[in-house]
Write a protein that binds this ligand. Structure first.
Ligand SMILES: *Cc1c(COP(=O)(O)O)cnc(C)c1O
Length: 401
């Protein structure tokens, strides 16, 4: 043999003894039950699998708040679910209006472009949410067949809080709406049927607090009608929803499902059902607000004004005189806390999705962040940061319960 086996280190030697606390913009920590489920492989077409799939769909209907009978899993990242929604709903030549707030909404526009959509990007000013009147005007002008939008723009931490009104405007114009809810689903309300969303996309590794690489997409009846009446053949074989329907609704073969990933998704969804959406939304809101108060207590600046600020991922301006990379590497090395930078923006981001929203995790993160800023020569008022965090936790009153 020409190529000999390389000598590599085992994972035990590469990985730290104690895992780092994943407080970035995803992937997020997973519950022990999700991790255990992810170690299981069973027959992908057997009776046991069928039962599990039925439950995954039933639990998804709750989490997405929909009666849809077109919810499917995708073996792939959140981006694969995005591409599945786009490829199935945007036919070549279709006018598409892409509400573009940042990196991920831009990705939906690019995907729509690539499948032959005639894409208009509605560029929203940096740092603010999309305005429903502006979107309605753009819908009237461009007459799109499909509108794409993110609920939470993870990249710059902007929250499109007027999504229900935007969906209404699209509905009134007979335009299908694709919503990317990768970082938001199960962290805050998203009522697919009530709001009239035609495709909701989520990934595993963010709001759901599951593993990366297995995702979910839900289609409305209107979306499904478009999918089943399209006369052209989809260019994407793996992402063809009509083929995926064979596995998800007809107990037959499309491709070998990511069995262990589906087990993990099952557990993640089950934990959400057990917690209830109301309690989970409150846990997220409480922790995200406390974290934000703690950050401001330290004396740092949040990126986005309160009105448009995303709670699932919190963006912070890098303090003057400090360097983003130094902060990320110091906090990881010294405090074993991982946080994120962003795509070309001089900000740092702390996630508040799933298991990240635990009181002990946010205290550790605020301490680690303040200490890191100080160690690098910046100013951070640690006692005030911790006090503000504590005060916000104590004063929180449930909004959803
Ligand atoms: C992370 C993210 C994605 C992409 O998910 P991947 O799993 O990285 O492909 C898409 N949209 C939003 C809003 C995200 O936060």
């Amino acid at each position: 043999m020409r190529i000999s086996a390389p000598i590599v280190e085992s994972l035990d030697t590469i990985l730290p003894d104690e895992p780092l606390l994943m407080m970035g913009a995803g992937p997020v920590p997973i519950p022990a039950k999700v991790a255990a489920a992810n170690g299981i492989v069973i027959n992908h077409l057997g009776e046991t699998m069928s039962r599990i799939i039925e439950q995954v769909k039933a639990m998804s209907r709750y989490v997405f708040q929909t009666d849809s009978t077109h919810i499917m899993g995708v073996a792939g990242p959140g981006s694969a679910a995005m591409e599945m929604a786009v490829a199935n709903l945007v036919a070549p030549g279709d006018a598409v209006l892409s509400v573009s707030n940042g990196f991920f909404s831009g990705r939906l526009a690019e995907m729509s472009d690539r499948v032959g959509g005639n894409v208009t990007r509605l560029i929203v000013e940096e740092g603010i949410a999309a305005d429903p009147d502006t979107v309605a005007t753009a819908i009237a002008t461009h007459q799109p067949k499909v509108l794409t939008i993110v609920q939470g723009e993870t990249s710059n931490t902007v929250y499109n809080h007027d999504l229900p009104a935007i969906c209404r405007a699209a509905k009134a114009a007979n335009c299908l709406v694709i919503v990317d809810a990768v970082c938001t689903l199960s962290t805050m309300p998203l009522d697919m049927d009530e709001w009239g969303v035609d495709a909701v996309i989520t990934g595993g590794q963010k709001g759901l607090s599951c593993i990366p690489g297995v995702s979910l997409v839900a289609f409305s009846d209107n979306a499904w009608e478009k999918i089943t009446t399209r006369e052209d053949t989809l260019r994407h074989w793996c992402l063809d929803a009509k083929l995926a329907d064979k596995f998800w609704y007809q107990s037959s073969y499309h491709y070998t499902a990511p069995v262990s990933g589906i087990m993990a998704i099952h557990e993640a969804l089950r934990l959400i059902c057990e917690e209830t959406l109301q309690a989970r939304f409150d846990r997220h809101l409480k922790c995200a607000l406390a974290l934000q108060a703690g950050i401001e207590g330290l004396g740092l600046d949040l990126c986005v004004d309160k009105a448009s600020r995303l709670n699932s991922v919190v963006g912070i301006h890098v303090p003057k005189g400090l360097n983003q990379k130094d902060i990320l590497s110091h906090i990881s090395r010294e405090f074993r806390v991982e946080i994120s930078g962003s795509f070309g923006l001089n900000i740092i981001r702390i996630g508040q999705m799933g298991e990240q929203c635990r009181v002990h995790n946010i205290f550790r993160t605020i301490h680690a962040l303040g200490s890191t800023i100080q160690a690098l020569g910046g100013e951070a008022n640690l006692p005030r940061g911790v006090a503000m965090l504590e005060k916000t936790l104590q004063e929180y009153r449930p909004v959803f319960a």
